[in-house]
Design a protein around this ligand. Structure first.
Ligand code: BGC
Length: 771
């Protein structure tokens, strides 16, 4: 018999523990030390270890691996200890005290029969203690590098608590700003979301999952959750398969290709079959088509909710549906634990199915190196909120903010010319609110608010007067507005800090009205009346309808919920230390009734144009027209958004020209290069996100009027020019057609390059069949 491997490590400052890893888990690694050959990295070895371990497990132990339990209590309950010891728990979530996590792991590896370590999960969505901008904000950076680094920082900080698995990234395509979880998403576009999803997975998981400081990622929520009817969280989704494949699934496919270890099934009902019981999604697409070999976790209690949806009669039938559909692990609920054995005994579920599911979970544990290294020593990792973490958060916040408008170049503010500034509004000094949704562990004491950052930046050079004017963003009390007016009157410029407090977005926090909440619009009106220049800095978890204030302010800097370092980032942007470079990852509607509005719409048979639309106020009451344009528009909103996808201004002027292709015609399998000349024609150095859009003019299913196919962040000094080129292979033009097969069709394509989805600089090329 092979000897057992013993690892001795200091698990905490208080206790020294010797870990003797369980027998089976280590049978196959005993001949190598983890330092010279990492068994967690070799797929063949892992498969052998999985098989060996599985062969020794009882059915009850297998089902135990499929069970994830909430362990958020400060004190370890006897119930939990016993369950882990008995092999009834494969994973815990929501325990972040590393001593407690180490104790849980100790029970698992030393006291359970097979010594299988635990997966320790947590929602580390956009940072742990140091908080990055909300994911939707990070998406506005269009910068995979900063997104990757933000996730890496979060992973390292989370790992100090013993967390080895995060339930992120959330990559649900979101085209409805009413939905509270749009904040957690990477926006409306499959290409942008896919690129950033990959970056996040890489950031969390690193190059070697077994390394200290990397954690498993979860691509969630599989799938279609973002299409909830009317943006009401958890509501039904109806997504035709073709649209599902072309729009909602690509980010998941990209995450799977990038090696994401887990996926989470969505709460939502997809075309009549809730995702948690959806075999098409989890078996056909995920396993058969994509060859995913990680595991799928349910959402919180979503297995038992199959009965609430009305798909099943009771827990046992819900378990049958979820297992049959391919949910490998149940988060909370414990219905697998109490029903699966019986379903096997009755011959309804084959134990071979369970073996595959448990193998998926064990494979993940081996890849994470948990059998070698289940314990956490925080001193192995960088300190929480160390300088690099804070600088990453600051850079991410800086690159995320989008300058929506800037009339008469009111921004940047001049340190030399200004004498006094009025800072007004509920979100100027709100350390918690600036962190946004999903910040279980976010440390508000680390937050640097805009007010304190501006004060620090200007010192005593400019007189600053501050008034929150509202208790919070929802407040309807206007009694402080007179004072706001007086303060504004005395200032050279007014900075209005508006938006949504953090509780107004996130899970179950949907809104039907997405105007600025409370009486903020009235505050804008009052301040505007002073005649002073007004700059609105908006922090929010979603796009807002800003139509009612847009003409009453001179500039709008949309900062999302910018996280820990939001203050310094905003201060730098306001004073021109940095030039804004964020671009919208989601369309801003003029009014809520336009939703869903997104740039990649279909043309329709009656496409609108400025000439064909009529405004409701212009209908002649005395000679009513019978026909009002006969195109696809709203009488009261037209057809354009307030701000388009990809929009974002800078303090410099970027001049695009010479959009061209290197070949007018390419064959299948070839590549076309599309390029443009970009010049910084202004007088400050700045970054621009150059965007490439394509339209496939004719398809066997209709194609969007534009689709993002490439983007690049470029920094140019004043006067500097560069040629930016994008290579497109014919595979990059592929889409799912009527028969649900991915294919590129021959035909004519238009291509645009520019600084937003509204760019008009166009070229074209043709794809022809090979002879
Ligand atoms: C959310 C998931 C989250 C889980 C665990 C659920 O309510 O939908 O996204 O990961 O809770 O906290």
């Amino acid at each position: 018999m092979l000897p057992r491997t013993t690892t001795e490590r200091t698990c905490s400052g208080l206790r020294k523990c010797t870990l003797t890893a369980g027998l089976c888990g280590l049978l196959l690694i005993t001949t190598m030390s983890t330092s010279d050959a990492n068994p967690s990295a070799d797929p063949e070895t892992i498969e052998q270890r999985v098989t060996a371990l599985l062969s020794q497990m009882t059915l009850a132990e297998k089902i135990g691996q499929m069970n994830q339990v909430n362990a958020s209590d400060d004190d370890l309950s006897d119930h939990l200890r016993e369950a882990i010891e008995a092999g009834r728990v494969g994973s815990v979530l929501n325990q972040v005290d590393f001593d407690t996590v180490n104790e849980l792991q100790r029970i698992a590896v030393q006291e359970s029969r097979l010594g299988i370590p635990l997966l320790v999960g947590r929602d580390v969505i956009h940072g742990f203690k140091t908080v990055m901008p909300i994911p939707l904000g990070q998406a506005a950076s269009w910068n995979p590098d900063i997104v990757r680094e933000g996730a890496r920082v979060a992973a390292r900080e989370a790992a100090t608590s013993g967390i080895n698995w995060t339930f992120a990234p959330m990559i649900d395509i979101s085209r409805d700003a009413r939905w509270g979880r749009i904040a957690e998403s990477l926006g409306e576009d499959p290409y942008l979301a896919s690129e950033l999803a990959v970056a996040m997975v890489e950031g969390f998981q690193g190059e070697d999952l077994a390394e200290i400081g990397t954690i498993a990622a979860t691509a969630k929520h599989f799938a279609g959750y973002g299409a909830a009817e009317s943006g009401r969280d958890y509501a039904t989704t109806n997504i035709p398969e073709n649209e599902l494949r072309n729009v909602y699934l690509p980010p998941f496919k990209a995450a799977v290709d990038a090696g994401v270890l887990t996926l989470m099934a969505s709460f939502s009902d997809l075309n009549g079959v809730p995702a948690t019981g959806n075999e098409f999604l989890m078996r056909q697409v995920l396993r058969d088509e994509w060859d995913f070999d990680g595991f799928v976790v349910s959402d919180w209690d979503s297995v038992r909710q199959l009965a609430v949806h009305g798909l099943t009669e009771n827990d046992r039938e819900s378990v049958y549906e979820a297992v049959t559909a391919g949910v490998d692990m149940e988060m909370a609920g414990e219905s697998y634990l109490y029903n699966l054995e019986d379903l096997v005994a009755k011959g309804r579920i084959d134990v071979a199915i369970i073996d595959v599911m448990v193998a998926n979970i064990l494979r993940a544990k081996f890849r994470l190196g948990l059998f070698e290294n289940p314990f956490t020593d925080p001193t192995d990792l960088p300190a929480i909120a160390h300088d690099h973490a804070l600088q990453t958060a600051r850079k991410a916040a800086t690159q995320s903010a989008v300058l929506l408008k800037n009339d008469a170049n009111v921004l940047p503010l001049s340190m030399d010319k200004l004498r006094s500034i009025a800072i007004i509004g509920p979100l100027a000094d709100a350390p918690y609110e600036q962190l946004g949704t999903w910040i279980f562990d976010g440390d508000r004491d680390l937050s640097v608010t805009p007010l304190s950052a501006i004060r620090a930046l200007v010192g005593d050079r400019i007189d600053i007067r501050y008034l929150p004017a509202m208790e919070n963003s929802r407040s309807k009390a206007t009694k402080a507005f007179d004072e706001a007016s007086v303060i504004a009157q005395d200032a050279d410029v007014v900075l209005l800090f508006l938006g949504e407090e953090s509780i107004l977005s996130g899970e179950a926090h949907s809104r039907a009205d997405i105007n600025l909440p409370g009486d903020q619009a009235e505050l804008v009106r009052v301040v505007r009346e002073t005649g002073k220049p007004v700059v609105a800095v908006i922090q929010a978890g979603r796009p807002l309808t800003l139509t009612n204030i847009v003409d009453k302010v001179d500039a709008i800097l949309f900062a999302w919920h910018p996280g820990t370092m939001g203050g310094p980032a905003i201060a730098d942007l306001l004073f021109g230390v940095e030039s804004p470079s964020g671009k919208l990852p989601v369309t801003f509607p003029r009014m809520v009734g336009q939703i869903p509005i997104y740039y990649s719409q279909k043309n329709t048979g009656k496409p609108p144009s400025p000439e064909t639309i009529v405004h409701i106020d212009d209908i002649d009451a005395h000679a009513p027209q019978l026909s009002l344009g006969m195109t696809a528009f709203h009488l009261d909103a037209g057809y354009t958004p307030l701000y388009a996808f990809g929009h974002g201004l800078s303090y410099t002027e970027f001049d695009y020209r010479d959009v061209a292709v290197n070949a007018n015609e390419i064959r299948m399998g070839e590549t076309v290069t599309i390029s443009a000349r970009l010049k910084n024609a202004g007088d400050v150095g700045a970054a621009e996100v150059v965007q490439l859009y394509v339209r496939d003019l004719v398809g066997n299913v209709t194609r969007p009027v534009r689709e993002l196919k490439g983007f690049r962040r470029v920094h140019l000094e004043p006067g500097e020019s560069v040629t930016v080129d994008f290579e497109l292979h014919t595979d990059d033009l592929a889409f799912y057609g009527r028969d649900m097969q991915l294919m590129t069709e021959p035909g004519q394509f238009h291509a645009w390059i520019g600084g937003s989805s509204e760019t008009q600089l166009r070229t074209e090329f043709r794809v022809v069949e090979n002879d």
